[in-house]
Design a protein around this ligand. Structure first.
Ligand SMILES: [Zn+2]
Ligand SMILES: [Zn+2]
Length: 736
């Protein structure tokens, strides 16, 4: 992949013409422009770069041709700390080449907090220097508990978190409970500077302890290695990979943990705190600029730290990385679907390789890609087979809706209703899983039979009854629920069809009026704090029935939950997505894993109209290996990933006829590469998206074909008008 010889950082003398990549989309091949500099610079340095009337962040990549030196504009270097190490430069370069993206756009992801490069105004922050039990009043105790293990926060941030007044904070400083510190640009995102790592290691079982030692040893070895940490839900994967994190910290290095769902990050922060005695630097779009600045600066300065965050954290400019962990590596949320369409899991492996560090892919339901890589010896496969504590795996059974259907316009079948009643009688908690947001996925006019669709997209509008509106889940369009049919103008004939979680909640209210219920979906749970409130309510037994979408499947466990009812186990099985079966199996296995993780055994009931489907049969017979083997065989027969390669080329624009003309020209220019099949053009399944029509090509090839080169030379021969956008999707995971 790359040469691993240590690279000498070349110093470029002042007034030399240089090549700089501005962090923006430039049409040139290498995305670079020529500039000059009044001071000596080195390759990898970040510089303030004039571009037209703007000033953007730029990356120095080398010397330029000397001929035009005097006419060049001048760049201004930022602080000397702010440079990208050679491995990071290579990484950005690789990502741009792999995904056929503009280098400036990839650089932009690595310099996503431009304000971090400038100096801050000085402000004062406060952090806890005493434990809660040292405070005399309950008020002060709760403030200390909230701030424990956190980096200094400003007064306004503390006020927002705890409601404490300025005078309370001042008094707590006077009493030696809080300390005031200047929040300078050097202010750190983590407390490691002030603390020693606390080793609050939980006692690990044999198989966990062996796995933990293997991973820690790999971190100490400072070489590339890739691990698939494959363990059933509740097998203690997090505790195991925390040992690799601890090894990185002890070696003075940086650990990155990528998480699939940021709404659940508070619980993760707490686990880190319990294990290490400080909280990780968090990284996601919901944070304030000042928090992101601190994390970015610590990363580029090489401070030992833990960063936990969304996929974009992979582009933090770590100077001193020690290990990368991808938690729930099978999750599709690691794939960015707009802008630079990268897969953070795949790129994490690349980055680890370039940095010569280990990468750990963790999951209870690994992706087929990773399983095949493990089988082929590219990844070390570590399996954890036993659940933590006393819990066994839940008991799974199907409810055949053909034999015991739900009543008309109801969604819970009699056997599931019985099981819920029994669980409630036993004072146990129930999870009803339905992967559909809102009230109803579709609305139909009973008079003209027209369905109500989004004006911008070829998609049905989803009823969100609690908000009193119809919403498009693709473009965000919303409108009031109509009383008159938009097509035939008949009044009062619009009917909601099918259930979403809100409608299921209605049925639960009717059937179990005494039960307390809560909806866990991305519409209801919009922040980590709301997720935390919800979990607390469940843990405090304030909720009997949880109604959740796929968000509930992502790694939170509820100790008193004994029954999981999957309302529609067939959702996701019908589509054309090549991974449909795999995704469905992963999701249902993850949901099932929520049941019975404490002392009580769990039960999972899956309602289905297709009881013979391979996914469901493998689930109830606990036959993971059989399912995986069948999936692999099917993919191999069809030469689909991971045995073959795919790339999509998507044209979009306002004028569909014109799109088709261009698409046909593209077919005429297709040079018939060996081993590559061109499929299409065809209208995309989502034919209209945000008012743009879409036409898709799919390229299919053998594993070892350089599809990027094929696409580059193909597209170079075609001139695409500016009104048409041409998006390339390498290794696509969605096909709409
Ligand atoms: Zn109508
Ligand atoms: Zn729409």
């Amino acid at each position: 992949m790359s040469s691993h010889a240590p690279q000498v950082v070349e110093i470029i003398p002042e007034k030399t013409p240089i090549r700089v990549v501005p962090a923006t989309a430039l049409p040139h091949l290498d995305g670079a422009l020529s500039y000059r500099c009044e001071t000596p610079l080195h390759i990898g340095q970040l510089v303030a770069t004039p571009l037209g009337k703007r000033q953007v962040v730029g990356l120095v990549i080398g010397r330029a041709d000397a001929s035009a030196a005097m006419t060049l504009k001048t760049v201004t270097p930022f602080h000397a700390d702010y440079h990208l190490i050679p491995e990071m430069q290579q990484f950005l370069d690789w990502v741009a080449k792999w995904y056929l993206e503009k280098p400036g756009l990839v650089l932009k992801m690595a310099s996503s907090v431009p304000s971090a490069l400038k100096d801050d105004a000085l402000s004062i922050g406060y952090h806890a220097i005493a434990s809660p039990d040292q405070a005399k009043t309950a008020r002060r105790q709760s403030i200390l508990a909230e701030l424990a293990g956190k980096v200094p926060e400003t007064l306004s941030a503390i006020r927002a978190m705890t409601g404490a007044t300025a005078s309370t904070i001042k008094a707590m400083c006077d009493d030696g409970l809080l300390a005031a510190v200047p929040m300078t640009p050097d202010n750190s995102a983590n407390l490691l500077d002030h603390m020693t790592i606390q080793d609050r290691l939980k006692s690990l079982k044999d198989e966990q302890s062996t796995a933990a030692k293997t991973l820690a040893k790999a971190v100490t070895a400072k070489q590339y290695s890739a691990f698939l940490l494959d363990g059933v839900t509740g097998s203690g994967k997090t505790e195991v990979y925390f040992e690799a994190v601890a090894a990185a910290l002890k070696a003075g290095r940086q650990a990155l943990i990528l998480l699939p769902e940021i709404a659940l990050s508070q619980a993760f922060e707490r686990r880190c705190y319990e294990r290490f005695g400080f909280r990780p630097g968090m990284w996601h779009s919901g944070l304030t600029d000042s928090r992101r600045r601190a994390v970015w600066r610590d990363a580029i300065r090489g401070k030992p730290m833990i960063v936990a965050g969304a996929r974009s954290a992979l582009f933090l400019p770590f100077k001193n990385p020690g290990v990368i962990i991808v938690d729930e590596e099978h999750e599709q949320s690691f794939r960015q679907q707009d802008g630079v369409r990268y897969h953070a899991r795949d790129m994490a492996v690349l980055r680890a390789h370039l940095s010569q560090i280990p990468v750990i892919l963790s999951s209870a339901t690994p992706s087929l890609e990773s399983l095949v890589n493990a089988e082929q010896g590219k990844y070390h496969h570590i399996r954890l087979m036993s659940r933590y504590g006393a819990a066994g795996m839940p008991d799974m059974a199907l409810i055949d809706l053909g034999k015991t259907p739900a009543e008309r316009r109801r969604w819970l079948s009699p056997p599931l209703v019985d099981a819920i009643s029994k669980a409630l009688e036993q004072k146990e908690q129930v999870l009803l899983f339905l992967n559909r947001r809102g009230y109803a996925p579709m609305s139909l006019c009973l008079s003209c039979r027209e369905r109500i669709v989004c004006p911008n997209c070829s998609a049905w509008l989803v009823t969100h009854k609690s908000a009193g509106e119809l919403r498009c889940h693709h473009c965000g369009h919303n409108s009031q629920f109509p009383s008159i049919c938009p097509s035939c103008q008949t009044e009062g004939m619009i009917m909601s069809c099918g259930p979403g979680v809100e409608r299921l909640a209605e049925e639960v209210t009717i059937r179990f009026p005494e039960a307390r219920q809560g909806i866990f979906s991305s519409d209801a749970i919009t922040t980590p704090a709301l997720a935390e409130q919800f979990f607390n309510a469940v843990h405090n037994d304030e909720i009997d029935i949880i109604i959740g979408t796929q968000m509930v499947a992502k790694g939170h466990h509820f100790p008193d939950l004994t029954l999981v009812g999957v309302v529609d186990a067939d959702l996701g099985l019908g589509g054309a997505d090549l991974r449909g079966g795999e995704l469905s199996w992963q999701l249902l296995t993850q949901v099932a894993g929520r049941a019975g993780r404490a002392e009580r055994p769990g039960k999972v009931l899956l309602q289905t109209a297709m009881p013979q489907s391979a996914v469901l049969q493998s689930l109830i017979h606990d036959d993971r290996d059989g399912f995986i083997e069948a999936e692999k065989a099917a993919r191999q027969d069809a030469a689909m990933p991971p045995y073959g390669r795919l790339a999509a080329v998507i044209l979009s624009g306002r004028d569909e006829a014109r799109l088709m003309i261009i698409a046909r020209q593209m077919v005429d220019h297709w040079p018939n590469f060996d081993g590559v099949t061109l499929l299409g053009p065809a209208p995309a399944p989502l034919r209209l998206l945000r008012r743009n029509y879409r036409v898709r090509f799919l390229l299919k090839s053998e594993r070892d074909v350089n599809l990027q080169r094929v696409i580059t030379s193909w597209l170079a021969a075609i001139s695409i008008p500016s009104a048409v956008s041409c998006q390339v999707d390498i290794d696509p995971v969605s096909f709409f």
